[in-house]
Design a protein around this ligand. Structure first.
Ligand code: ZN
Length: 323
């Protein structure tokens, strides 16, 4: 049958190559079939595998975490999707929960890490997406023993969870995703920057491959406060501790922080500012000195007047570049 031993060897190699290719094709088809026919409550193994090299936690930790999470689910309606470094769990349809995981959670995580955050949160955090306010309020109480103080959603560091009323939109979800990343990468971050970045990205999209915040509903309140002369100096805002920032807020802290971040973004300085602030935090815990240096201004009162004029000229839905 064979003219020479070389021919026989080459034919054997060809046959082995063919068998190998056939085996690989069958394995790929098998995997696709398994993914397609996955049940409603399932572990999205593909996402975990894709992220294996980048996720802090190994796949086995996610698998174990999901097993524990299954025992806590309030009903069979919930879908679980592994979206490192988070696990997303929601009571909308499976397709909708997957879409939120992919188009909101993964989208924001990838872009925030690209510009700001080298480290994932230390532990696996759950993102609970409740389909309406009734589910949100009922389940926050049942699962975490607390009644939400906001209709939109919040991050609970102690429960290692983001607890969201997803019917109010994905903006708050992106805002809350910022917080555990700040906690992991900049533990002493003052509240103004933590909330400035969170609220900047609650209305965001992509510009030149980077996450970009747009003007939003916090603008009119800030404009009114500027007109009324009620916005404090940046030095005061930036040196506020948690209690003063959150509990004694006259209603301008979030807006002023957001639109300072927005101004820096529009001047192309925000990412640089963040990085320099992180590097100089020991000498400058509020970030004020880094801000003055980066803006290259001598008179911060004059700068505040310029910033106020800039904010008063903004409109919701329009993006203004500062040169
Ligand atoms: Zn926040």
């Amino acid at each position: 049958m064979f003219d020479s031993p070389e021919d026989a060897r080459s034919t054997t190699i060809k046959r082995l190559t063919f068998l190998l290719l056939a085996a690989v094709s069958l394995a790929v088809l098998g995997l696709r079939y398994r993914l397609k026919s996955a049940p409603a409550i399932h572990i999205k193994t593909l996402a975990a595998t894709t992220f294996k090299s980048r996720a802090t936690q190994p796949d086995s930790d996610f698998a174990r975490h999901v097993e524990e999470l299954r025992k806590k689910l309030p009903s069979a309606e919930f879908t679980i999707v592994i979206q490192p470094p988070f696990v997303v769990v929601g009571d909308e349809s499976e397709a909708v929960v997957k879409a939120h995981s992919e188009h909101t959670v993964k989208w924001a995580v990838d872009r925030l890490k690209q510009d700001y955050f080298a480290k994932d949160p230390k532990e696996i955090l759950d993102i609970w997406l409740f389909k309406d306010s009734a589910s949100y309020e009922r389940n926050a109480l049942a699962l975490f023993g607390e009644k939400p103080t906001t209709p939109y959603g919040y991050y609970s560091s102690s429960h290692k969870a983001l607890i969201m009323n997803i019917s109010t939109g994905g903006g708050t979800l992106v805002h809350e995703i910022v917080h555990p990343f700040v906690e992991a990468n900049f533990p002493d971050c003052p509240p103004w920057l933590n909330e400035g970045l969170g609220s900047l990205y609650e209305q965001s999209g992509e510009v030149n491959g980077h996450i970009h915040g747009y003007t939003n509903w916090r603008l009119p309140g800030l404009q009114a406060a500027i007109k009324a002369g009620k916005v404090p100096s940046f030095k005061d805002l930036m040196s506020l501790g948690s209690r003063a920032f959150y509990d004694d807020d006259k209603g301008t802290n979030y807006g002023q922080s957001r639109y300072l971040c927005y101004y820096l973004q529009q001047r192309g300085l925000l990412v640089r500012y963040y990085r320099e602030f992180v590097n100089h935090q020991k000498d400058d815990p509020s970030g004020y000195k880094t801000l003055v240096r980066l803006l290259a201004v001598r008179d911060m009162t004059a700068f505040k007047r310029r910033w106020e004029k800039f904010v008063l000229g903004l409109q919701q839905g329009y993006d203004v570049t500062v040169r």
